[in-house]
Design a protein around this ligand. Structure first.
Ligand code: F0G
Length: 432
């Protein structure tokens, strides 16, 4: 394969090759996960100019924060085949309150890339637009995923746009209300599996292999290609000056893998001249990757997961090997944070008018932890990714600010009053 603008799938374990249209996700020889490799024929300065030019588009694929980078995502795609909302184009924010809470004196040291601004409210849309486009290109008759809620919401929406039947496997009783509502509303056939996410994924993989359904979890290499654009877009927003750190929450490790691949490619192509360090953050109760990192990844661990951050309630992450590579190549760090730290970080992000779901706040809590221990320096430039919207998990908000909230520093419980101005005045006087 050497034709510019073409791609091939390569097994990350044994190096065997498969065609771009192969939809099995795993190597026929050894069962390893497949990875896409593209032949990019454009010079870095030309690429930067091309991306900037496309940013001006008002409609169509160029207006998507994924497809604008298509030479690095899926170069052979024809524009008519793309299933797009569009997605991406998420803001890079700063916040004095969040920076200060995380231990930075200057607000511009910590920037927040808010992926909750995607069409279905999470970063999953970036991978889904590519995987759904590819599913249609390879004539899928139905699509499926296992999910803690965001992937299923995204899959449901994009399957409806692609007019493909969709099946989702979710852990019964463990999906946040907003995500479940989206999945059902967008019309995916929703299966409540009696088990956790890990059982859902095992079932979804087996069912897909046996029944010929296209599996669109992040084991699907096209999902990874789309999610790389979080990194491309944030680098472009920084005018291709790489930050010192990029922090993100980690569950099944698809996104950590995507970030590693994006950074490697951006450096190899010449879009950036140095690699930021990745900081992957897990919830303490679901932290097999963080525990393995402490031991230089000598063992592939699994745990029985439990955390308030249901999005990352995962004990046997699927994209393990490629995430290890991402951490090693970027001289990265993996850490874990308690549920209390996650909820406090979330309350700070929410009260800053930015808002995010619990799992997303793990990235901010992780940055604060590493800042406090000195691993992240006071002058380091950090970009933390918020992966999902505040409305994804309304129960988490109401429970933090509701009953028994008096011992929580950032609690903002509603106050019941009689309809009298005097009562309003009393409350107004008590406000800062
Ligand atoms: N943040 C949010 C909001 C998520 O929904 C997920 C994963 C992650 C972080 C972690 O990303 O799995 O690539 O390491 N959600 C998946 C789902 C598992 O089914 O929606 P990861």
């Amino acid at each position: 394969m050497s034709q510019p603008g073409t791609s091939v799938q390569i097994c990350e374990s044994c190096g065997a090759r498969a065609s771009e249209l192969d939809a099995t996700n795993i190597c026929a020889d050894c069962g390893g996960l497949l990875e896409l490799e593209h032949v990019v024929a454009v010079q870095p300065t030309d690429l930067r100019a091309l991306f900037a030019e496309r940013r001006r588009a008002l409609r169509g694929p160029d207006a998507s924060g994924v497809w604008r980078y298509r030479e690095l995502v899926l170069p052979s795609v024809s524009i008519d085949a793309i299933v797009s909302h569009p997605e991406g184009n998420t803001p890079l924010l700063d916040s004095r309150a969040v920076s200060r809470w995380a231990g930075f004196e200057r607000a511009d040291r910590l920037l927040i890339k808010h992926e909750g601004h995607n069409p279905t409210g999470s970063f999953k849309d970036r991978g889904m637009t590519v995987a759904m486009t590819q599913a249609r290109r390879s004539s899928a008759r139905a699509v499926a995923c296992a999910s803690t809620g965001n992937t299923s919401a995204s899959l449901a929406a994009y399957a409806a746009r692609a007019e493909l039947p969709a099946l989702v496997f979710v852990p019964k009783g463990k999906v946040a209300a907003g995500k479940l509502a989206q999945t059902i509303a967008y019309g995916a056939r929703t299966l409540f599996v009696r088990g956790g996410f890990d059982e859902c994924l095992t079932l979804a993989r087996a069912a897909s292999a046996e029944l010929g359904i296209h599996l669109l979890n992040s084991v699907n290499p096209f999902r990874i290609e789309g999610q790389k654009t979080i990194v491309f877009e944030l680098l472009e927003q920084l005018e291709w000056n790489a930050p010192d750190w990029i922090a993100l929450p980690a569950g099944n490790l698809g996104n950590t893998s995507a970030f590693g691949k994006a950074l490697r490619e951006a450096r190899d192509i010449g879009l950036i001249d140095r690699l930021p360090r990745l900081c992957a953050v897990q919830a303490e109760g679901a932290a097999p990757f963080a525990r393995s990192f402490e031991d230089n990844f000598s063992e592939r661990l699994t745990v029985e997961p439990e955390t308030v951050a249901t999005a990352i309630r995962i004990g046997a992450p699927a994209s393990w090997n490629r995430a290890v590579r991402a951490i090693r190549e970027t001289n990265g760090v993996v850490t874990s944070v308690s549920d209390d730290a996650i909820l406090e970080a979330k309350a700070v992000v929410d009260a800053a008018g930015i808002g995010c779901e619990p799992a997303s706040a793990a990235s901010i809590a992780g940055v604060a932890k590493l800042r406090a221990s000195g691993v992240i320096g006071a002058d380091d430039r950090v970009c933390a990714v918020l992966t999902g919207h505040v409305l994804k998990d309304p129960d988490a908000v109401m429970s933090y600010h509701g009953e028994n909230s008096s011992n929580r520093q950032h609690a903002n419980p509603p106050i019941e009053i009689e309809p009298r101005v005097a009562e309003v005045e009393r409350i107004l006087n008590g406000m800062r």
